[in-house]
Design a protein around this ligand. Structure first.
Ligand SMILES: C[S@@+](CC[C@H](N)C(=O)[O-])C[C@H]1O[C@@H](n2cnc3c(N)ncnc32)[C@H](O)[C@@H]1O
Length: 253
C-alpha cells in the first residue's frame, strides 16, 4: 500500500488539506464554494481567540460531525488537546485518520464513528470548545443535538454552532381557543434529503429540520447556554454567511 501522502494526493477531498510536505489535496467542491471553509475558519479563530486568548493549550475540544477532520486539525493547530472528532459516517472517520497522518497532525487528535443522537450524558466528559458546524440542518432532531452540544460544553466553555437557517415565521397562534394566544418564538423548515442520504455531506435519515435564526437562538438559550451571540461575518466572507442564509453563533456555557 502507498504512503499516506500519496493516498491523499491520489483523490479528491472536501477540504484542501496541507500535507506534511506542503502539498495541498485537490477538492471536489469548486474554488467558489470552497471559500466557505476559509470564512468559517476565520470566524472560528476570531471567536476562539476572543474567548480563550491567543494560546489555547491545555484546553480540550470536540468536533461534532467532523467529516474528514479538517476543523479538528485546525483547532488542534490552535493548541487544543485532546481533540475528539465524531462523525456518523465510518468512511469519514477513516479519511480523517488518513488525512491527520498525512498532515503530521498531533497524536492528541482522535476520531471515532458516532451519530450525534447516540451520544449519551457523561460518555465523553466535557470540553472547553464544542464545534457543531454544518450539522444542525441535516438532522431530524436538531433540538436533541443542541442539548448534546450543551451537555458536552464545560462551564466557562464555548460552543460554536454554524448552520443554514430558514426564513422565519412570526406572529401568534390561537392555542386551543382564541382567548389563549401564544407568540411564535421561531420556526423550522422541512427539507427533503431522502434521495441523497448516500452523499458525503448529507443527512443520514433524509428528514431535515432547518431552524430559523430566532429558533436557533431561542433553543440555544433554552437548552442551557448562559449567553448566545451571532458572530460577525468578514466583509469578504462566503456569500451565504454574508447574506444571512447561514450563520455562526457563539454559545457560552
Ligand atoms: C455538511 S457536512 C459538515 C462537515 C463539517 N462539520 C463542516 O462543517 O465542514 C455534514 C456532516 O454531518 C455528518 N452527519 C450527518 N448526520 C449526522 C449525525 N446524525 N450525527 C453525526 N454526524 C452526522 C455527515 O456525515 C457530514 O460529515
Amino acid at each position: 500500500m502507498s504512503d499516506p501522502e500519496t493516498r491523499c494526493l491520489d483523490r479528491d477531498w472536501f477540504y484542501p488539506f496541507r500535507l506534511a510536505s506542503g502539498r495541498v489535496t485537490r477538492t471536489y467542491v469548486s474554488a467558489e464554494v470552497a471559500k466557505i471553509h476559509d470564512t468559517r475558519l476565520q470566524m472560528l479563530q476570531a471567536a476562539v481567540q476572543a474567548h480563550f486568548g491567543a494560546d489555547a493549550s491545555g484546553r480540550s475540544a470536540v468536533d461534532l460531525a467532523c467529516h474528514e477532520g479538517w476543523f479538528s486539525q485546525q483547532v488542534s493547530a490552535l493548541g487544543f488537546a485532546p481533540v475528539l472528532g465524531l462523525d456518523a459516517r465510518e468512511q469519514h472517520v477513516a479519511d480523517a485518520r488518513l488525512a491527520a497522518q498525512a498532515c503530521g497532525a498531533k497524536h492528541s487528535l482522535v476520531f471515532r464513528q458516532q451519530d450525534v443522537h447516540a451520544i449519551t450524558a457523561g460518555e465523553h466528559g466535557q470540553f472547553d470548545l464544542v464545534l457543531c458546524l454544518g450539522l444542525i440542518y441535516h438532522l431530524e432532531n436538531p433540538v436533541g443535538a443542541l442539548r448534546v452540544a450543551r451537555a458536552l460544553t464545560r462551564a466557562g466553555g464555548l460552543c460554536l454552532v454554524e448552520t443554514q437557517v430558514a426564513p422565519g415565521l412570526s406572529g401568534h397562534i390561537d392555542y386551543g381557543h382564541h382567548t389563549f394566544v401564544k407568540p411564535v418564538t421561531g420556526s423550522f423548515a422541512i427539507v427533503d434529503e431522502t434521495d441523497e442520504t448516500h452523499g458525503p455531506e448529507t443527512s443520514t435519515t433524509g428528514i431535515c429540520l432547518v431552524p430559523s435564526l430566532d429558533a436557533l437562538l431561542w433553543i440555544l438559550r433554552k437548552v442551557g447556554f448562559a449567553r448566545v451571540e451571532l458572530l460577525p461575518v468578514p466583509d469578504d466572507g462566503y456569500e451565504q454567511l454574508r447574506h444571512h442564509k447561514r450563520v455562526m453563533v457563539a454559545a457560552y456555557a
